[in-house]
Ligand binder design. Structure first.
Ligand SMILES: Nc1ncnc2c1ncn2[C@@H]1O[C@H](COP(=O)(O)OP(=O)(O)OP(=O)(O)O)[C@@H](O)[C@H]1O
Ligand SMILES: [Mg+2]
Length: 294
């Protein structure tokens, strides 16, 4: 079992800013505290994940495939995505989403709400899964995008908590990655890391997996809501188009955006979604194909 340097944890867990600089990494604009395991596993904790570091320890969800044993695989996903409740000292539990990152794998874009021609253009251009660090970076930008546009409200998303890279090494074919895609990711990361001190520069471990952790968002996804009659199909399509519009107004788009990626927020005791000023409150999930739009 991996043993992490918990000197930082045990006695007194400093705030993110108080933690020693030697632990800090900045990657695509996101600040992390990096904990390295004795066997070489790497746990990158974001500012959202650091206060939850104790619960996010791989021993609680990764070791012995716990996420598979006690977690719940999320249907409706083409990837490997699990929901799991982690032990958390001041509450009943911390529900998280555990998602295996798919960078350098083929990106199957076969359903979008976008207009036909744009969809064809997207596919032709060759969608590309973001690396875990790129994903957290763009998500952070999306979460802050309203700040540069007066009168805009924030887009509700999951909080990016952590990125875990276990020490185990695999042959490329086992990871389903295209080796001829590596150079583009490496070049973008190297350019980003150029201003970091050499000993702190992060590189991709191409023979290892990367797993992203997000908080679970309470609610029902728009496809399930339509299928169970909570909303009409028409509302589902209108909502999805509206989400695309809100994204593009902020300079973003999701190539494979779909009703499954729109989590309708529960309201009141019934937990049913309720519109405010004609708009159903929602949270957007799944950022692996997020990109800056025109
Ligand atoms: N934070 C969350 N809160 C609620 N539901 C979630 C959350 N994350 C994922 N889900 C559910 O899990 C499903 C799969 O998640 P996600 O879309 O991230 O997986 P994926 O492998 O990227 O799927 P896709 O095939 O759409 O690319 C979603 O359709 C949604 O219903
Ligand atoms: Mg996806």
């Amino acid at each position: 079992m991996e043993v992490y340097n918990f000197k930082l944890f045990r006695a007194f867990q400093p705030s993110f800013d108080e933690a020693g600089d030697e632990w800090k990494r900045r990657i695509f604009g996101v600040d992390y505290i990096l904990l390295k395991g004795m066997q070489g596993g790497m746990l990158f904790l974001s500012r959202y994940g650091w206060p939850l570091a104790d619960a996010l320890r791989p021993r609680h969800w990764y070791v012995d495939g716990r996420f598979r044993e006690t977690g719940q695989r999320l249907v409706g996903s083409t990837g490997s995505v699990y929901r799991m409740e982690l032990p958390h000292r001041n509450s009943r539990g911390l529900p998280v989403v555990i998602k295996f990152n798919r960078f350098a794998q083929d990106a199957p874009v076969f359903y979008t709400i976008a207009s036909q021609s744009e969809a064809a253009d997207n596919i032709a251009r060759g969608a590309r899964f973001l690396s875990p660090f790129e994903e957290f970076g763009l998500l952070q930008d999306l979460r802050a995008s309203h700040k540069t546009q007066p009168g805009r409200t924030p887009i509700w998303t999951q909080r990016p908590l952590a990125i875990y890279c276990p020490a185990t090494r695999y042959p490329a074919w086992k990871l389903g990655r295209k080796e001829n895609a590596y150079w583009r990711y490496d070049r973008a990361l190297a350019a980003d890391q150029r201003d970091q001190p050499e000993e702190k520069r992060v590189v991709y471990e191409w023979d290892r997996v990367y797993i992203t952790l997000f908080n679970w968002v309470k609610g029902v996804d728009a496809q399930d809501a339509a299928e169970s009659g909570v909303i009409s199909d028409e509302t589902m399509v209108k909502l999805s188009r509206n989400v695309n519009k809100e994204l593009s107004e902020r300079g973003f788009r999701v190539l494979d955006n779909k009703p499954r990626h729109i989590i309708l927020r529960p309201h009141g005791r019934s937990g049913r979604p309720k519109a405010f000023r004609g708009q159903l409150p929602y949270a957007l999930i799944d950022y692996e194909l997020l990109e800056r739009g025109e």
